[in-house]
Design a protein around this ligand. Structure first.
Ligand code: AMP
Ligand code: ZN
Length: 137
């Protein structure tokens, strides 16, 4: 199923050209047009799923397999020294294109990027409480 207003549907299915690094029946991996670093790529399923919640489990597993293969190849070819995989869900979390995609960001020494968060202080009681909220009845 594809969504006619979705740019990633069009890209993933080849209606809009892209710099494609890899393609199979289910996925396309393209270069991001606003790269964080050299080689920043996106793993995009050909089917339209807005986010991780909608993505079927099997496709989630396949997406990670594709990312793993590409990470090995890109590390070899680009000579990067690390890799971030990032996947945003919801505008609050930074998602701007509402078709599931996984960012693959090669990291280089002194690439000038900081990808991360500010660690907060937490007590053992607070951790227990959160665990209960997630895992409890
Ligand atoms: P997110 O903010 O996680 O939804 O990521 C969307 C990403 O898609 C951004 O990194 C954009 O630079 C990238 N992007 C948007 N439009 C295109 C496009 N037509 N081709 C390639 N990358 C795109
Ligand atoms: Zn789509």
């Amino acid at each position: 199923m594809s969504n006619e207003n979705c740019i990633f549907c069009k890209i993933a299915n080849g209606e809009i050209p892209s710099q494609t690094l890899y393609e199979d029946d289910s996925f396309r991996v393209i270069l991001d047009l606003g790269p964080a670093t050299k080689g920043h790529a996106l793993v995009i399923p050909k089917e339209h799923y807005a986010n991780l919640y909608e993505l079927p489990e099997e496709q989630a597993g396949e997406a990670m397999k594709v990312a793993k293969k590409m990470a090995a190849r890109m590390t070899d070819r680009l000579g990067c020294e690390g890799f971030n995989l990032i996947q945003n869900n919801g505008d609050l979390a930074g998602q701007t294109v509402f078709h599931f995609h996984m960012h693959m960001i090669p990291r280089y020494r002194a690439d000038g990027q900081t990808i991360g968060w500010k660690p907060q202080e937490v007590t053992q009681e607070e951790l227990e409480e959160v665990k209960k909220q997630i895992c409890g009845e």
